[in-house]
Ligand binder design. Sequence first.
Ligand code: TYD
Length: 392
Amino acid sequence: MKGSIDLGVQPRGNAFPKPDGLAGEFFYPLIVGMCDSCAMVQLMADIPQEVRYHDQYPYRASNSTVHSAHFAGVAHRLLRTELTGHDRFIVEIGCNDGVMLASIAEAGVRHLGVEPSQEVAELARSRGIEVLPRFFDEETAAQIRAGYGPADVIFGANVIAHISHLDSVLKGAVTLLGPDGVFVFEEPYLGAVVEQTAFDLFYDEHSFVFSVSSIRAAARLFGLDLVDAEPLAIHGGSMRYTLAKRGARRPTPAVAELLAAERARGLDRHATLEELNRRAERVRDDLTSLLRSLRAEGKRVAGYGAPAKITTVTNYCGIGADLIPYVCDSTPSKQNRVVAGSHIPVVPPSVFRRDRPDYAVLFAWNHAEEIMEKESGFTGRWIVYIPEVRIL
Ligand code: TYD
């Protein structure tokens, strides 16, 4: 495996340190490579998961109304398809604040959320969800199977690609699933990352960016078949994968169609990542020169949204509070903190509305529609940098 994308030295994407707690920030080289045999796109460095998913992990899945509606939809679809019948059982890996399992619990279906981050696990519990505060791996899977019996569904959203011990997760799925059970997960899609030049989706938590071909190859190693794949618009372009035990289900035509499309697009070739690296460099150069010229003209610029992605883009581009004095975000646990490494202060959206800057860089670009609608009173202009730098 060789590194094809170099995003420089980076801190943890979701660290959001307090302004007085900047000593000893953790940095690592953010280099992305592709496996020579299965074309899995992954970070070259492995950051211990205990460093990443600490007790105060700030991400709240329910923060976006679009996402909440999406996950209620996922729950209702599973209830209609895989979870009909007597005494069904679903396990969600990384259930966060219970955004998906809440609908399952409401329907009275047996469930278990596996969630190591304490604060979000508590939120899930307060919604009536049963939570096991652990990381999911082979051992956890065996423990759940012993205590609850086999699962009909294992679900994960924006979490499986975060787990560097993917081998142990897949082995755990084999252990925990019943004979006709399915492992369904949705994650940001390599095809969308390449198409949109979304280099900021690479950060410490995203150990992998999956494709249909790399997931199919990885699953095979552990006795699982990829039986369905479904493109999703969420998170700027995701894919929902369905794995089943070998031979248990016939793959849908979508699997072969998507594999052929990926081969045609070169998603299994190093050269594709190298081209993405070049496009990221162009975005970096264009964004920094735009921000410098706006500063020279005396324009006031703010940032909108502090997703983990902001850490990658600001540290890669060398953008600090000198170019973007603050960024607003609706997540209370990120407010009054700073973006790791670049130290741009995070403030509540009320500050943005009062301040009325001339320009706003949209860092939460995957929520563009929702944010622009919410901020329809904004009289300045939006700056986007995905797939290229533009002033709207
Ligand atoms: P998101 O892209 O969901 O996560 P990630 O950290 O995985 O990249 O994060 C979106 C951020 O944008 C989140 O911190 C909340 C913020 N946000 C707002 O401030 N206002 C909004 O209207 C929306 C939808 C999100």
